[in-house]
Each structure stands twice: as structure tokens, then as C-alpha cells.
Design a protein. Structure first.
Length: 312
């Protein structure tokens, strides 16, 4: 989610004018920064114990991210921080965000001190002064490339910094910015192809790599009328969330892939589908995609379902 500018003047940073927009359509107001300090370390707390092989494969996550002002939301940040604390610190993080669609499959910046892309506008200036100087992940980029078949072209965009779908949750979950992070584009929005991509990435989990799909379980921003954080969810949001929870509990991947036709609340829950699509990378990366995931966060924000889960 991100804020829009309703006129030629900067907005006040509220979420009442949010838009859906892909990183491939960043407006002139968006900025890339790599020269300011890390966020305060009181945004979260991490498990100091680093993953080892004895832990078994690192989990695959699907989480709801938010626009930067959600860093000020005590409930959401506490949920993310508690989740991270319960996980061994990964050896690296591979993240797929709703806000980067690019074909062919593209890998972002790998240099140390990965920059951020501020792919939003109309917020207070302090949100443009945040950064997340995570270590680069060139070794992980090489592993991703090696896991792809000859038919899957892999491109590099070393100038692409982490977008808000990546860095906002990571600021809370790993505030010390001491875990190498690589962002990877979604080369398609087709559920089957994204699931197969996740399957190819699955071996990374045996190396302690945390695979994260970052989106939002419902994202019908154009249809919201009440922009209070604790607003009652519209029927389409509540129904889509319940349907998804039931399908996940059954391990019914085929049902989830057919969400456009079968899910109640469509197309209002996802007038565009990029925020649901990362879920299929997560499911593909699971050891057993038909096993019910562990739900870590549920509930609603602005009436949108923020259901988030991990799967072994």
C-alpha cells in the first residue's frame, strides 16, 4: 500500500488516498536514497541465534506489508517483531514483493549497503530519510541463477534498491540490518508459473535462506470508504480472507490458484492481483505445499486482511 498525492501539493501522509501502483510505474516523485542512517533499533528485536543445519529448512513466509506509516502502528510492528524473534536468524533473505513485476526474472542490488527505492509519494519527509543498509547478497544471487533452468532468463538490475514491500517489514523483523537481503522480481502474475518458481527456489531453505513473499491478502484499495486503521472490514475483504484461510488449511493449492473465478469477494478483494501473487512463490517453496501453514498474523488494517503465515 502506498500514499498518493491528490493534487500538486504533498499530502499529509494519511492512508486515505492510497493507490495501487507497481514499481515499474514509479511516478516522478519517487526517490532512491542510499546515503542516510539506519532506522532506530527499537522498531523490533531479533533472535540472536543464527540458523544451523540442525534447525532443518528455514521456513517460507507470506506476509502483509504496509506503507511506511505502518512502522508507527504498535500492534502490527509488535506482531512482526514477535514472529521474527521466534525464528532462527536466517543466513540470508530472498524476498519477492508485490511492487516489482519485471520480466525476465530480475535480481536487484547485491552490493553491501543495499539502497532503498522510495516507491511512494505524499508522505512526510522522515519516511524518505529511512534506509536499511543490509549486507549485499551476491552469493545468494549466484545460487538463484544456478537453480534456474536454461529456459528461465535471469537479468540483473544492480541499481534497483529494496522497495517498501521489502524494507518496511524487514525494518521491524531484522532492525539491525545484519542479514544479507536480495530482492527478486515477479516475472509473471500467473499463479502456476510463480508456484514453479518457488519450487526451484526450495533448496535455498536447506541453506538457511528465508524466502519471503510480501503482499497483502486483500488489497481492494479503490473500494474502501472508511480509512480508520480499525475500520470494520467490508464484506468482500472478510469473505476473501475466510475463503483463503479455509483453502490454506486444506492445503488446496489448486483452489487458491483459481482465486479469480472461485474466491468470494473478487474482483473487489484484488482489482489487480500483484499483492496476492507472491503467495504462490511461498507455497511453491514449501516442502509440502499441501500442508497447512502456521498463521502468525491475522486481522484487518483499514479493513484489509493482513493474514500472514509461514510454511515448512
Amino acid at each position: 500500500m502506498m500514499s498518493s498525492r491528490a493534487s500538486g501539493q504533498d499530502g499529509d501522509g494519511t492512508l486515505a488516498s492510497v493507490l495501487v501502483r507497481s514499481r515499474r510505474n514509479i511516478p516522478p516523485g519517487a526517490r532512491v536514497h542510499d546515503d542516510v542512517t539506519n532506522p532506530p533499533h527499537d522498531l523490533g528485536h531479533t533472535n540472536s541465534r543464527t540458523w544451523t543445519g540442525a534447525d532443518g529448512p528455514a521456513p517460507a513466509l507470506y506476509l502483509g506489508h504496509g506503507a511506511p506509516p505502518l512502522l508507527d502502528d504498535e500492534l502490527w510492528t509488535s506482531q512482526l517483531a514477535t514472529w521474527a524473534k521466534d525464528l532462527p536468524k536466517p543466513t540470508a533473505i530472498l524476498i519477492v514483493s508485490a511492487h516489482w513485476e519485471s520480466a525476465p526474472l530480475t535480481l536487484g542490488a547485491t552490493e553491501a549497503g543495499v539502497p532503498l527505492t522510495y516507491d511512494f509519494y505524499g508522505f512526510p519527509e522522515r519516511f524518505y530519510r529511512m534506509t536499511y543498509r543490509s549486507p549485499g547478497a551476491p552469493e545468494l544471487a549466484a545460487r538463484v541463477r544456478a537453480l534456474m533452468p536454461d529456459t528461465e532468463t535471469v537479468a540483473d538490475r544492480p541499481d534497483y534498491g529494496l522497495d517498501h514491500g521489502a524494507y518496511v517489514p524487514l525494518m521491524v523483523m531484522y532492525p539491525d540490518a545484519d542479514v544479507p537481503v536480495l530482492q527478486m522480481s515477479m516475472p509473471t502474475l500467473d499463479p502456476q508459473r510463480l508456484f514453479e518458481l518457488g519450487q526451484r527456489l526450495r533448496p535455498l531453505r536447506d541453506e538457511g535462506v528465508l524466502i519471503v513473499g510480501s503482499g497483502f491478502l486483500t488489497h481492494g484499495l479503490p473500494f474502501l470508504r472508511d480509512f480508520r486503521p480499525d475500520a470494520d472490514p467490508p464484506g468482500w475483504s472478510r469473505e476473501f480472507d475466510a475463503w483463503s484461510a479455509e483453502a490454506l488449511a486444506r492445503g488446496d493449492v489448486d483452489e487458491l490458484m483459481a482465486f479469480r473465478d472461485r474466491a468470494p469477494g473478487m474482483p473487489y478483494a484484488h482489482p489487480t492481483v500483484e499483492h496476492f501473487a507472491p503467495l504462490f512463490v511461498t507455497l511453491g517453496a514449501a516442502s509440502d505445499s499441501e500442508r497447512a501453514p502456521d498463521t502468525e498474523i491475522e486481522g484487518f488494517f483499514l479493513g484489509l486482511a493482513k493474514r500472514s503465515f509461514q510454511i515448512a
